[in-house]
Design a protein around this ligand. Sequence first.
Ligand code: HEC
Length: 136
Amino acid sequence: MRKVGIGQALLAALWMAAASAASPTEVQRSLEQTARATTPGFAGFSAHRGEKFFKSTHGGEWSCASCHTQDPRASGRHAKTEKEIRPLSPVADPRRFTDPAKVEKWFRRNCNDVVGRACTPLEKGDVLAYVMSVRK
Ligand code: HEC
């Protein structure tokens, strides 16, 4: 049998931790690590910037609020299919931002629909800071 080095074991453990359930704070911390490494002059996330990003149409037809509403504590409705969407804020729905794979999947899809490209780590972190900052 092949010996598994400490580095490999550690990587496997990290990977499993990333793939399993996390908390919004852990998801935020992981985004922060990426943002720090990829954003020149990174000085932390901003809920204020996140709110502006969330409510802006970015020159297209939709904003994030088109489906998730202007209030991330409220249930949303899909702008096209009209299917109900659970509130996006973990303040209102504790299941939000606890599954890193799901978070990534929907950021990718929704950012493409709204901004026409993937969101940067800074934009994702700002949005998460915003939806975590709203109070009950
Ligand atoms: C056309 C409708 C639509 C728009 C516009 C939209 N979303 Fe979503 N979003 C959805 C749907 C549908 C889901 C998945 C269903 C669910 O989780 O309730 C989702 C889920 C998410 C999730 C997953 C959160 C989790 O942990 O469960 C994130 C993050 C997200 N959206 C962010 C955004 C951001 C940021 C924008 C703007 C750039 C945006 N969305 C715009 C429809 C939309």
